[in-house]
Each structure stands twice: as structure tokens, then as C-alpha cells.
Design a protein around this ligand. Sequence first.
Ligand code: AMP
Ligand code: MG
Length: 484
Amino acid sequence: MNPIAVNSYRALPEHMFTGDIPVATGSPQLLILNDGLLQDYGIADTWFRSAEGLGVLSGNAINSDNPPMAMAYAGHQFGQRVPLLGDGRAHMLGQMHTANGNVDVQLKGSGPTAFARGGDGRATLASVLREYLVSEAMAGLGIPTTRSLAVIATGDAVYREEPEPGGILARTARSHIRVGSFQHAAGNLGDEAVKALADYMIEQHFPQCAAADNRYADLLVAVGERQAQLIAQWMLVGFIHGVMNTDNMSIVGETIDFGPCAFMDEFNADKVFSSIDRHGRYAWAKQPGIGLWNLTRLAETLLPLLSSDSDTAVRIAEAQLAPFMPAFQAAFYAGLRKKLGLRDQAEVGNGFADETLALLGEHAIDMTVFFDTLTRVAGDAPDGAVLELFSDTAGVQQWLTQWHSVRADDADTAQRMRRANPAVIARNHRVEEALRAATARNDLTPFLRLTGALQNPFHCAPENADLQTPPLPEERVTATFCGT
Ligand code: AMP
Ligand code: MG
């Protein structure tokens, strides 16, 4: 039986979604089903592997008992306000009851909707596989994220610069409501719609805010707290989202909409991957500032709910956003101290963490390799393992001496560091290589191998050692896969 049995979004005001349904595909095939995720959910794979399941996931069959919809939202893209965006190529099928609570199931690449704005409503198989890989890598790292449940090869060509194989991603999320959803409600539908949306989010996802004196003010703080934690976790593993537009920022604090995102190799605080981010708006170090900028756009939509007096409302909003940066800083530096295995001395530790990042930047040292090596040195590897990473060791010996003076050295320091320092990340050149093999040669082996290794990134099996190494100069990805 179809486990996607309910759809709580039907309770939202009418113009928060449309009744668009998926458009059928030629000869769909279930390419990947995420068995591990289904196991976590406590849901059997039977239906997903059935003809009926394939029909629903490919858009060829519509569940008339629980019909799909397309979600409406607005957004600021690269700082520019777009009054109406919405899911141009995605369909919300509804929610499944799982062992971990209710989750949305959404198809992406399932045909044009009322929001397609001339787009074809489709996704290339490569972009679908990319989202699958990176979102599952994120989950392996323990970072909140939308998940990838299944990949369907549509059997149809998608026309980008040239014809490419088409794909559909079935993804899950605690919620698909975005900052842009609130912007749509506020900009296009009015205060009542904003209130209905905020009440829906409180009821479904932030019940702790329901009893507060000002529940909407409380909601804003809670959303900010989750984003502060999320962005800190991204940065600690060198992740750059790449398109932190307000329509790509989830209210519940999951990483969502994996476009030209990537994990950086050599540390560079100004690193940008996306070729469309020409001004570096979404560079690694800019992410918390952008998070706050986006939250400010959210706060603007909530002003009428915060107080009937507009000056008071602004004052309340400012007060609720004030804890965001300190919360981010606290999470980020606590994470860095953990990565460095420091004794818990915030004052000394934070300064030392800054010096460490500066050192890595100056010498263009691979971030993951560095922290992985340091974790081994905290175990039984010699200091030389760190020194070997630097071609010019001036200043490094001094850094090591300092590290020895501030590090913790109890029996489980190395183990604690290990939990903060992945041995293997989704390196861009490996991701691209896996996508090339999958789409050009129909060979999923590298993709499945990489996805498998990233399920437990804190341990690298000897046979996966090649996945740990940074790209050679000729392997470097110069233009991050942006094909959608
Ligand atoms: P994104 O950059 O993926 O967050 O997408 C921004 C907006 O463009 C969203 O409204 C998408 O639904 C829409 N969009 C992206 N690609 C397509 C496409 N091929 N067809 C229709 N809409 C699209
Ligand atoms: Mg998006």
C-alpha cells in the first residue's frame, strides 16, 4: 500500500500551493532506492519496488486519494526580490508516517508546474544523482538535511546544452516550508495567510513555541537557532551551500536544494564553487552573515504578527534576531575546539582556532586531510605527519608546539576528535567522476562506492583510501556541475 498517505499542506491557505500533478515519463526505471533510509523509517521497500510504486515515483500514476501539489513560494535570489517562484519542477506527494515522525515526500524533475516560467520541469539524471550523493553525505556527517529516497531514470532526454538523460529524485524532508514560503504569504496573500503558515509551522514543527507569550517571536528565535547550528556544522566540514537564496533556506533547519554546492579541498575562507555566484555572495565564510540576512527577510514577514504597533514589532524582531550571531559563533568555535582536541578553554582555544585556520589558508592546506592527520597525531602518529603536509614548514613547528600546550591528552582525545573530523568527504572531483561514469557509461559502480563510503565518513576503509586524497592538479574541477 502507498505509504504516502496524508498531506498536511492541504490545511494551508489556498494559494500556498496549486493542484499541479506530475507529467508522465517514457520508460521509467527505479535506478536507486535508499534501503538504509527506509530501514531508519521502519518502512518496507515492497511498495517502492512494485509497479504501482514506480508509477507514483515516476509521475506516471497519480494517487487520487491523496493527489500531489506544487508548493508556492517567493524569494530573494542573490539579493534580488522575486515576488513569485514556487516549485517549477517539483511535486509534493504528501507525508509518510515513519519511525522518526512524519516526513514529506517530494518528486523533483517530475514535469512543469504553474511555476515553471518556461522551464521544462525536468532534471538531468546527473543533477539528481548529485543531490542524492551530497545529501546522503550530509546525513552521514550527522548534519540535518533533506534525504534522498529514490532515483528514477525517466528514459526521456532532457535538453540542456545537449540532450542528457533525465532523472527524478524522490526526496524526503521534515518540511519543505522555506523562508520564501513566508515571503510569498506576506507579499502575495496577506497577514492572515502569514498567520496561518506560522501557526501551521508551530503546530507541526515547533510545538515548544505554542505556549509562549509571543509565539511568533519565539518561532523566529527557534528558526534562527537551528540555522545557527546548521551553518556552523556546514562550515566545520568545509561545506559551501552555494545558493543560499531565501527560497533555499528551510524553516526547520535542514540543508535543502543542493545545487552547485561542494566541500572545499584546500582551506580558503573566501572559497566559492558556484559559477553563477560571481561576486562571492555565498562564499564559505559569508554563510552566517547570509543566514542572518535571510532570517531578517523572514522577520519582515512576521512583523504584523509580532505587534500591532509597527515600531514595537521591529524592536521585537531585532531582539529575536540578536542571539543568532552569538549562537553561530558559539557553535562554530565549540566545533573547532573539538576538531583540534583542545582542553575546554574557550578564550585560549578560540584564538588558537583562528590562528589554525589562518595557517591553513596561508599554506593552502587541505582542510579534511589536515584535521584527519591531526586526529591521528592525537592518537599514535608522530608530529611529522602534520609537518609533511606543508611544503614550507616555517611557522608550523611553532604551531605544533602551541597545539601540544593547549590540547587535551586524556585517553579518548583522539576518539573525540575523530567524531568531529571526517576521514572522507564528498570531494568534488570524485563526485564528478562518479556522475560521469553513471551518465556517460551507465556505470553506477563509482557512485555506489562513493555513496557507501560516505555513509560512515568518520572511518575510511583501507580499500577506499583513494577517496580521501585531494585532487591532483589535473583532477581539479574548475566548473562545478551546475547543470540542472
Ligand atoms: P533552484 O535554483 O533549484 O532553487 O530553483 C529556483 C527556481 O527555478 C525554482 O522555482 C525551481 O522550481 C525553478 N526551476 C529550476 N529548474 C527548472 C526547470 N527545469 N523547469 C522548471 N522550473 C525550474
Ligand atoms: Mg530551490
